[in-house]
Every structure is written in C-alpha cells, then in structure tokens.
Design a protein around this ligand. Structure first.
Ligand code: NI
Length: 256
C-alpha cells in the first residue's frame, strides 16, 4: 500500500493493526553508458512497493536522491551532501515517530547512503539520550540494502560472481529491466577493465571526489559487467527480494 495514495483516516486505521512502514531510499546518479540514472531508487522502490502490495504493508514515497557526490563527474547525477541526506532522513523518522509509527524500515538501494542513514537514525536516538529521557524508545529503525537480503545475495553471486562488481551491477540492471522493460534499449558491452591496486577503495562506496572517480572509472562502471543483466533474472531477483523483505520486516516488527 502506497502512503501517498491513502487517506489520513486509512493510515490511522492501519496503525491500530500495525506500526510498521517501509521507506525506499535510493539515488539519482550515472550508472555507466547503458543503465538508468534512476537505477538505485527504482530497485529499492519496486521491491518495497511489490512487497507492500503483497503483504499489506504501507510504503512511504521513495527518497529518490542520495549521497552521490563521487558520481558528479557524469551528466545526470543529482547528489545531496551527506549532511543533507542525514537531515532529511532524520526529519522523516521524526515525522513517522510523531504520528504513531514505531517500526521504521529503511530499504536502501545505494552504498553511498549507508553512512548518512546510520547517522540519521543515531541523531534520532541521540536527541532522547542527551535530553535524559528515562523510558526506552518504542521507535525502532532498521537499515538494510536490498542486495543484503539473503536469497537475493545468494542468487546474484551465483549468476554473476566477481562480475557483479560494485556499480551498474548486472543484478541492479536486471531488476530495472524487469521493472521498466521499455526504458533500457538492448545493449552489448565488454566487462570494464580490472582496477588492480585500487580495489580497496570500493568497499562501501568509499571513494574520493568526482574528478578522481572519473579518472579511475572512465565509463562510470565499477568492476560490474552490466551487459550480463537479463530481464528474467531481474524478475527472479525481485520475487526473492519480496519474500526476504516480508520475512525480515515481520521479524523486525515482532522484536521487542
Ligand atoms: Ni546502483
């Protein structure tokens, strides 16, 4: 169920049965020569929305912009500063908490968002701790990136192995092919060159600035063979993601 397509009384009624909500968070950034600018938010969005429909969970409007400063050497990238994303998410968590939600699930689609999202959640708790609030917060937040969902992670490794890489990954491209089949023209392209000594930079989107990124990764991909993506595999990845997410969300809502 999409929050933006509900009435306020319908949300109040939902809150008598469930206190949980999913917010898809992504980015608007270059994804190499063939994949979509919106890949990161479109992946989180399709998984969250389909899971919400199938399981009667409210899904908030997608946060389509993320912390993408290192992609700004490529046209079409729109980035927030880490502090802006963190402040935005802090305000959203506060809004949800103020209106009765106590299980707030951030489904992430972009590695560069992880640190600002964690910061936002800790800002929420820090405000209580620093004010000396004595009762434990009833509000719990969970941050998970869709590729960490266990069945999804297993399938993407089985399908692509090391060619999954880190950016414009065949798994994310496959999901967008399944979700938006008319948006991507068929393409062929060889794998990007191996990065050699620079590989240590990539863990957790831990890059330097945009000019440095463009020099290291000239076509925008980071070790990812995007052309391995198939629409059918995207459909399977989405199906497994919906399953995994529903299970993880239920466990999160039930935990004290
Ligand atoms: Ni991406």
């Amino acid at each position: 169920m999409r929050l933006e397509l509900m009435t306020s009384p319908a949300v109040a009624d939902y809150l008598t049965r469930s206190k949980g909500i999913i917010i898809p968070v992504g980015a608007t950034e270059q994804h190499g020569p063939d994949a979509l600018i919106g890949t990161d938010h479109l992946c989180a969005e399709v998984i969250a929305r389909r899971c919400g429909e199938a399981n009667g969970i409210i899904v908030a409007p997608t946060v389509a912009y993320g912390m993408s400063q290192f992609h700004l050497g490529f046209a079409g990238t729109l980035s927030l500063r880490p502090s802006t994303l963190s402040a935005l998410m802090h305000d959203l968590v506060n809004s949800l908490a103020a209106t009765g939600f106590t299980r707030i699930y951030l489904l992430n689609g972009h590695g560069g968002n992880v640190a600002p999202l964690r910061s936002a959640v800790q800002e929420f708790y820090a405000a209580r701790s620093l004010a000396g609030v004595r009762e434990p917060s009833q509000v719990h937040c969970r941050i998970l990136s869709w590729w960490e969902l266990p069945k999804v992670n297993a399938l993407r490794q089985r399908l692509y192995g090391a060619q999954e890489g880190y950016h414009a990954t065949p798994s994310e491209v496959a999901i967008t092919l399944a979700a938006h089949p008319d948006a991507i023209a068929p393409f062929e392209r060889p794998a990007p060159p191996a990065p050699g000594k620079d590989v240590i930079l990539h863990a957790g989107d831990n890059y330097y600035d945009a000019a440095d990124f463009r020099q290291r990764f000239q076509d925008g991909r980071v070790m990812s063979h995007s052309a391995l993506a198939r629409r059918e595999d995207g459909e399977e990845l989405i199906r497994l993601a919906i399953d995994d997410l529903a299970q993880d969300f239920r466990a999160f809502c039930a935990a004290q």
